[in-house]
Design a protein around this ligand. Structure first.
Ligand code: GDP
Ligand code: MG
Length: 437
């Protein structure tokens, strides 16, 4: 990945004094390529590398142990800044708060409306109401009802009413009368930007004066996403962007381009079809992702949601004391399995996204691993170091696997333990805090 490449490119610099234009050129070419690969607009990528170059040149690397890491940091900081610096919150000050969805057909408005309602209900203790203003397809209204049913949120719709402004206004009245404090209005989109759609959403916008107008965009549409964002922003002056379909290894360069063009914060990302597949947008994590480092923090955070607090505290202690064993590992696997789509999760592990891109990942990928761990004695599980050749043989036989598979697992476990130890310092502090510290 890019991080490794930067590291390699700058390895030769160690002890060679300052970063110069000559030795930075190749690296920045790599950075530019990575950005273009991630669907960042060409001009933005070029401006970006120029800026990084200016910052890098003259930096003293004599005393820096890893000049590559310095470069990675420069690139990452700059990317983070470009995407908005800090995470932007959502304005929930209304009474009720009205949130209007806009975007093209298929961008994920209806799905995201459901995800957001679920998020506000479960995480922010709100009582949301979903409103079906996509009046053109009966299936669309039905879709929202299905979504609402899944998450236990009421859906307001009016059969036969062809006036979205009226429906939306009635919905707000209904919300006020029934104690709903957030009204999420799902609207109709078209396959491409057209006047009729823009007029309709602009009318709803004008009538409702929402606290939040969100523009929902499919991150896989790359450069088109930027043009669409601009068209909607010119008309609605929206408050934030929702990037959907940022699953697996979609790299999300659209985030950079959109932010640069409309200068509005990206507020949430959608990472799958399920109602839980929503994350707050953190520019620094997206920078990691674009650089191919994987989004470990999001991964851990999602895992965390499945944990019980007590469990998390225990685990934290164990990691700190270096007592993390195979029983804990097994426990983790069970947690991971609960989290859903394996491909999504693996895509977030540093380096794994690329390596496993073409590998078919079965949801029972852990079958062998579990069998092997089950064949270990409690002693072996808590102190894997005692597993010698003889024990490996027994474990392989007992679990119906091969010595190679046992070895592979031991190696993976070792790497994972090392990673956990690493995370205790520096950047890992946040992580430990999240895990209940
Ligand atoms: P709308 O036309 O804007 O309302 O879009 P929908 O919400 O109906 O979504 C269109 C399709 O994209 C549906 O099949 C959704 O399941 C899918 N979808 C929406 N968000 C995501 C996401 O974050 N990841 C993935 N993989 N699919 C999504
Ligand atoms: Mg829809």
């Amino acid at each position: 990945n890019l991080s490794e490449k930067l590291d390699k490119a700058f390895h030769v610099l160690k002890g060679h004094g300052k970063i110069t234009e000559v030795n930075v050129a190749d690296t920045l070419k790599e950075v530019r390529r990575a950005l273009l690969d991630a669907d960042v607009n060409f001009k933005i990528a070029k401006d970006f590398t120029t800026k990084v170059k200016e910052k890098a040149i003259g930096q003293n690397v004599l005393t820096t142990l890893q000049p590559g890491q310095l470069m990675v940091k420069l690139v990452k900081d700059e990317l983070t800044e470009l995407m908005g610096g800090d995470a932007a919150g959502i304005n929930l000050s209304g009474n009720p708060t009205v949130i209007l969805m806009s975007g093209l057909q298929g961008s994920g408005k209806t799905t995201f409306s459901g995800k957001l309602a679920n998020y506000l209900k479960t995480k922010k203790n709100k009582k949301p109401l979903l409103v079906a203003c996509d009046i053109y397809r009966p299936a669309a209204i039905n879709q929202l009802h299905v979504v609402g049913g899944q998450i236990g949120v009421e859906v307001y719709s009016e059969e036969g009413n062809r006036n979205p402004v009226e429906i939306a206004q009635n919905a707000v009245k209904h919300a006020k009368a029934n104690g709903y404090n957030v009204v999420i209005v799902d609207t109709a989109g078209r396959l491409a930007v057209d006047e009729e759609m823009m007029n309709e959403i602009a009318n709803v916008h004008k009538a409702l004066q929402p606290q939040e107008t969100l523009f929902v965009v499919d991150s896989m549409t790359g450069q088109d996403a930027v043009n669409t964002a601009k068209a909607f922003n010119d008309r609605l002056n929206f408050d934030g962007v929702i990037l959907t379909k940022l699953d697996g290894d979609t790299r999300g360069g659209a985030a950079i381009s959109i932010k640069s063009v409309v200068n509005k914060p990206i507020k949430f990302i959608g990472t799958g079809e399920k109602m839980e597949a929503i994350d707050v947008f953190y520019p620094n994590r997206m920078a990691d992702r674009i650089l191919g480092m994987g989004d470990v923090v999001s991964l851990v955070e999602r895992a965390q949601e499945q944990y019980d607090e007590e469990e998390a505290r225990k685990l934290q202690k164990k990691i700190a004391k270096n007592e993390f064993g195979f029983d804990d590992f097994l426990n983790q696997i069970q947690q991971v399995k609960k989290m859903g789509n394996m491909k999504d999760l693996i895509g977030m592990i540093p380096g794994a996204g690329k390596a496993l891109k073409d590998v078919e990942i079965e949801d029972d990928a852990f079958k062998h691993i579990e069998a092997i761990i089950h064949s270990m004695t409690p002693g072996e599980r808590s102190k894997p170091a005692i597993i010698d050749a003889k024990r490996k043989n027994r474990i392989a036989k007992g679990s119906g696997t091969s010595i190679q598979q046992v070895n592979q697992l031991l190696k993976q476990f070792d790497q994972m333990s090392k990673m956990m130890k690493m995370m205790q310092g520096g950047a890992g502090k946040n992580l430990m805090r999240m895990m209940g510290g």
